[in-house]
Write a protein that binds this ligand. Structure first.
Ligand code: PLP
Length: 391
């Protein structure tokens, strides 16, 4: 393949708009059609154009899979009906008795899947702080098949060294998996840093408009891709063609959206950091963040998620969370609109209080998914909410 035709030699935005997509051969439609079909005609038994049944293959899903695979720098993408369905596919490669090492502070649903579903099927797992490489080394002294982690994490924005964690996992014979939902491939590409599989909730930044639920696994390894494709078809937790189309519409603007998310978040993190009523700001872009140097080395910028600890009791934090007008009080993240979450009572209500407070995750912790609105309006909204909460 010549350099000019190699999609991976092109820039990020060019790939985001074109990879996996070409004008429809029958009509010339520039946008990939939504192939709402379950089955495909065959000329003779077994003689077809590569499509037999839409659980196995669908052209709109294929386009999405190739698109995101290209953005992550992998050759294979397998898309699912949600981020957790993609997560489940990875764990379904394992067998009873196998062991997973999972980073602490991972998405609550990932923990729940391991703790309440996979363990019933015989998987074992241990939670390890992957920012602590000595702790990881100790955990890897016992055989493990998968090391699964996120960076930055939710809600405390802990940063792990992707290359260091992946090389340790692989040296110990484990598959290294990074949930790259918070960073997106625009800010961080774990496969290039040694990860075997990258997983996304496409519901968040990749879709980007809070109007679709989906997930994907990306890998550059043919064997892992074959196993995941088998499970995608055998278990059947696929994403539909309409949702595939919506995510692809989202990825076309991923680069410009992420730049604006980062611009707004950097400014708001600095503003919160100077605020008299804020005890602590968790944002990897701040120099005092313990993972700042690692983040600088492995991320393009620092993302659109910020958590901060209000210097007040639970009631005041909840009042503050209820007083914002532009920041909608809601779970989820990564859309064009700004959202605010009180993790202790909303997204992370299942985490035992002692457990979280020990890790700096207090009752006063608020999480922002900073959207694309005008910065001045976002700051004014937070300002009036602080004024009312502390009045
Ligand atoms: C939302 C989320 C998931 C789960 O994805 P769904 O699409 O909601 O199933 C997994 N990991 C992270 C980091 C998330 O934010």
């Amino acid at each position: 393949m010549s350099e000019a035709n190699d999609p991976n030699a092109q820039g990020f935005s060019t790939r985001a708009i074109h990879a996996g997509q070409r004008p429809d051969p029958t009509t010339g439609a520039v946008m990939t059609p939504v192939y709402l079909t379950s089955t495909y005609v065959q000329e003779a038994p077994g003689v077809h154009k590569g499509y037999e049944y839409s659980r196995t293959h669908n052209p709109t899903r294929n386009a999405l899979q190739d698109n995101i695979a290209s953005l992550e720098g992998g050759r294979h993408g397998l898309a699912f009906g949600s981020g957790l369905a993609a997560t489940h596919a990875v764990f379904s490669m394992l067998s009873a008795g196998d062991r997973v090492i999972v980073g602490h502070d991972v998405y609550g649903g990932t923990y729940r899947l391991l703790d309440q579903v996979m363990t019933r099927q015989g998987l074992r797992f241990d939670v390890v702080d992957t920012t602590d490489l000595a702790a990881l080394d100790a955990a890897l002294e016992t055989p493990a098949q998968v090391v699964w982690f996120e960076t930055p994490t939710n809600p405390l924005l802990h940063v792990s060294d992707v290359a260091a964690v992946c090389s340790r996992a692989k040296a110990a014979g484990a598959i290294a998996v990074v949930d790259n939902t918070f960073a997106t491939p625009y800010l961080q590409t774990p496969l290039a840093l040694g990860a075997d599989i990258v997983v996304h909730s496409m519901t968040k930044y990749l879709g980007g408009h809070s109007d679709v639920v989906g997930g994907i696994c990306v890998t550059d390894d043919d064997d892992l891709a074959g196993r995941l494709a088998f499970l995608q078809n055998a278990i059947g937790a696929i994403i539909g063609p309409m949702d595939s189309f919506l995510v692809m519409r989202g990825t076309k603007t991923l680069a410009v959206r992420m730049e604006r998310h980062c611009d707004n978040a950097e400014a708001i993190a600095a503003w919160l950091n100077d605020h008299a009523r804020v005890r602590k700001v968790f944002y990897p872009g701040l120099e005092e963040h313990p993972g700042h140097e690692i983040a600088k080395g492995q991320m393009r910028r620092f993302g659109g998620m910020i958590s901060f600890d209000v210097d007040a009791d639970l009631e005041t934090a909840i009042r503050l969370a209820s007083e914002t007008k532009l920041f909608a009080l809601a779970e989820s993240l990564g859309g064009v609109e700004s959202l605010l979450d009180h993790p202790a009572s909303m997204t992370h209500g299942a985490v035992p209080r002692d457990e979280r407070v020990k890790n700096g995750f207090t009752d006063g912790l608020l999480r922002l998914s900073v959207g694309l609105e005008d910065l001045d309006d976002l700051v004014a909204d937070l300002e009036q909410a602080f004024d009312k909460a502390f009045a």
